[in-house]
Design a protein around this ligand. Sequence first.
Ligand code: FA5
Length: 338
Amino acid sequence: MIEQQIEHLKSQALEQIEHATDLNALEQVRIDVLGRKGALAQFNLGKLPPEERKLAGKALNDAKNTLESAFETRKGSFASAALNARLEREWLDLTLPAPGPRPGSLHPVTIIQNEIEDLFTSLGFAVLDGPEVETEYHNFDALNIPPEHPARDMQDTFWLSNGHLLRTHTSPVQVRGMEKLGPPLRMIAPGRVFRNEEVDASHEHTFYQLEGMMVDRNVSVAHLIYFMKTLLSAIFHREAEVRLRPGYFPFVEPGFELDIQCLICGGSGCPVCKQSGWVELLPCGLVHPNVLRTSGIDPDQWGGFAFGLGLTRLAMMRYGIDDIRLFASGDLRFLRQF
Ligand code: FA5
């Protein structure tokens, strides 16, 4: 009789164990059945005759063992389901290569500088470098700009306490090129220059120029114009609208200003071209005889042309950048576009 009750309780509990939906529900079933005050503990075998007590005790033990192992099995299945879910959620393929740092990109001025270097080296020009801290002699005197010459006022200069200066243009590399290589000479010199100027949309205190110089026999304005046109069509991949007007620089004679029609506004006027529709880009001219002479080259035997391209301005025109201050801003949103 009592064994039947135990058997009934056991099969009921097994069903509950089977249907428990989570660990909490399972634990509740365990307390209700196997707990100290649970259903199995309610059976009082003390009053049974010894023979019956023996049989009932055995049935009770069997039920207890069966249920305990059923609980453990069910508990284990919950745990492995939880583990599987977690593995699914946090799955990580350790065999994949690490993502690594995001690759950088070249600065727009560097991109254009590289293109111009490629072009001019293919035309037989050497690429020269010069110091950013220059002597007064190389920046001014050797370029036919004597101390009292008003041209020194044309460029606001950062002077150093030792009498040197931060170069105001790349033209001193012309002098260094002539001193080092002599004629015939074909050279370009890209680099950073510094001017103590008021900064606005098209003027920086630190910007890039690219100097060019050719010294040879019978060099004329026709050579100069040919090289300038070749340069501009290589950069813009089409004929850019340009104008040539007289320009004054003590180190060239005759001197020109080659302007480009503003590619930001298409010539209608904007802050970059100061509403004029034109942007000063490429001053140039035939090398002044005094400059050749000062560097030990006989102007009766040799002539030459030189130009000083505003590299940062050229990058503005090529990419339609309407504020020069963006170049050195360090703003990754700007830089990642190139
Ligand atoms: C010169 O610096 C001469 N050395 C150029 C030259 C070389 C003439 C050889 C003849 C022969 P200029 O001061 O105009 O010239 O500057 C040259 C170019 O640099 C300008 O056309 C312009 O494109 C650029 N530039 C000048 N000032 C700034 C500035 N503050 N910010 C950005 N670009 C500038």
